[in-house]
Design a protein around this ligand. Structure first.
Ligand SMILES: [Zn+2]
Length: 475
């Protein structure tokens, strides 16, 4: 039994509706699965709130001494990707590869640890077909005239347990009814497609199966990839709260009915993101991507900080003043780092090796993270510890420990600080341009500010907004 099991991270479990200790069932390796993005466009900050919270979960778990096996899929075949690729006049692979690259760039800018395995749906068609065959054989699925295969939810008594929806809410409707969302015939409205028969609008995007040409249904890929990389039963499954129903209910049904074994032991869901107190929507123009925000002068580490600052179980209200607050918080952390001696920061691996012992004034921050990843409380404790830093009278090794404790917390959060050493003195004309951009920004003249930023970029300088004005960083 590991130390982490003794002194664990306690995390809310959606299934039991209570906090329970996160632990690894096998070999002190925490096996967990996160539902990944659909690669048909740039992910927005609502998506990234979930991925950042999952990254915090992984960091805290690892900093607490448990190794992890993190699997996150890429959905590269579904209605949206097919529609997008046809509209763009590109093959599905070319189209989704472009958005995969963009997603990876955004993830790395936001300081997300790479998953250990990142399987894609298209690369796992055989495993998905095998799962459907098994469900058909066991009587949990049926075929329809158009070559689709449906899961029969009446065959799984536990359906709805995760979302606590009553079965009558899930499966009302006359048999053989056709819905707007799903133009296939099925026995009951609640039944969902495991496999979709080929339709003309799918173009060239189909695969051969025992039921004819077609493609997998969206829910199927996660069950197939969990099984492939984590086994029938594993430690934890995560996603945004909007995935609880129907996606995760459907995953549970597919996996348990096929294997006859328990599926994920712990369910970790992240609440949604609001913008300016309201819903995010395309029509309101507030579905910001990371690029939208960096183009407005907010560095990715500022965006990450703003996304981390709320509790993952509460909806997070994202505003431009929350970004300003994040920027000023990072400024204070930078000052604290300078006070503690500045210089090169310990890497994440250094902090893992250090471990969580003797954190001194930063212990309260760590304790808050271990209690259901309470980020707001942990950040509050971090800043009150910083306020009390007094190096007078401390021995050299005590100073070193204070600094490594500070960085242990920052690395657990995945907070990056700008690299001071990377900044050299820019030429006057560059400074003038940056000053013009700052004035345009202060006047909320975004078009001019963007224009000046472009010019700086072309001249080889990145501009970063800081509480005192701006910083210029050579590219
Ligand atoms: Zn999934």
């Amino acid at each position: 039994m590991s130390d982490a099991k003794e002194n664990g991270l306690f995390l809310q479990d959606t299934m039991s509706r209570s906090k329970s200790k996160v632990f690894a069932e096998k070999e002190d390796l925490l096996r967990f699965y996160c539902c990944g993005p659909t690669v048909y466009g740039a992910a927005h900050i609502g998506n990234f709130r979930t991925f950042v919270a999952q990254d915090l979960f992984r960091r805290v778990t690892e900093c607490n001494g448990l190794k992890t096996l993190h699997v996150r899929n890429l959905t590269d075949v579904d209605d949206k990707t097919i529609r997008g690729s046809i509209k763009a006049g590109q093959g599905l692979k070319k189209f989704t590869d472009h958005w995969k690259d963009r997603f990876h760039n955004d993830c790395s800018a936001l300081g997300l640890l790479k998953p250990h395995v990142e399987p894609s749906a298209v690369a796992h068609i055989a495993q998905q077909i095998q799962l459907v065959e098994n469900l058909l054989k066991l009587g949990h699925a049926y075929t329809s005239e158009d070559g689709s295969v449906y899961f029969r939810i009446s065959s799984f008594g536990e359906y709805g347990k995760l979302s606590k929806l009553k079965s009558r809410d899930l499966s009302t409707g006359a048999s053989r009814r056709t819905t707007v969302d799903d133009e296939y015939s099925k026995e009951s409205l609640g039944d969902f497609a495991l496999w979709k028969g080929r339709r003309p609008e799918d173009g060239d995007n189909f695969w051969e199966s025992p039921w004819g040409q077609g493609r997998p249904g969206w829910h199927l890929e996660c069950s197939a990839m969990c099984r492939e990389y984590l086994g029938d039963s594993f430690d934890l499954h995560s996603g945004g709260e909007d995935l609880v129903f129907p996606h995760h209910e459907n995953e549970i049904a597919q996996s348990i009915c096929s294997s006859g074994k328990p599926f994920a032991r712990h369910w970790f869901h992240i609440a949604h993101l609001m913008v300016d107190g309201g819903k995010m929507s395309k029509s309101l123009g507030n579905m910001y991507t990371l690029d939208d925000l960096t183009n407005k002068g907010y560095a990715p580490e500022v965006v990450r900080y703003a996304l981390l600052s709320g509790h993952y179980r509460q909806p997070l209200n994202f505003t431009f003043s929350s970004l300003e607050a994040a920027r000023s918080a990072i400024g204070k952390l930078l000052q604290a780092n300078n006070l503690l001696g500045g210089g090169d920061s310990p890497s994440y691996e250094d902090s893992l090796a250090r471990g969580s012992s003797e954190l001194g004034p930063f212990n309260a921050s760590w304790e808050a993270l271990l209690d259901d990843l309470n980020a707001p409380k942990a950040l509050g404790a971090l800043f009150s510890a910083i306020k009390k830093i007094d190096l007078a009278g401390l021995m050299g090794n005590e100073k070193d420990n204070l600094r490594s404790s500070f960085w242990f917390i920052l690395n657990a959060f995945g907070i990056c600080l700008p690299k001071v050493g990377a900044i050299k003195d820019p030429p006057t004309k560059i400074k003038v341009l940056a000053e013009k951009r700052l004035q345009a920004r202060l006047a909320k003249n975004w078009a001019d500010a963007d224009k000046h930023r472009e010019k700086l970029n072309e001249a080889g300088w990145l501009v970063r907004d800081v509480p005192s004005g701006f910083e210029l960083i050579p590219k």
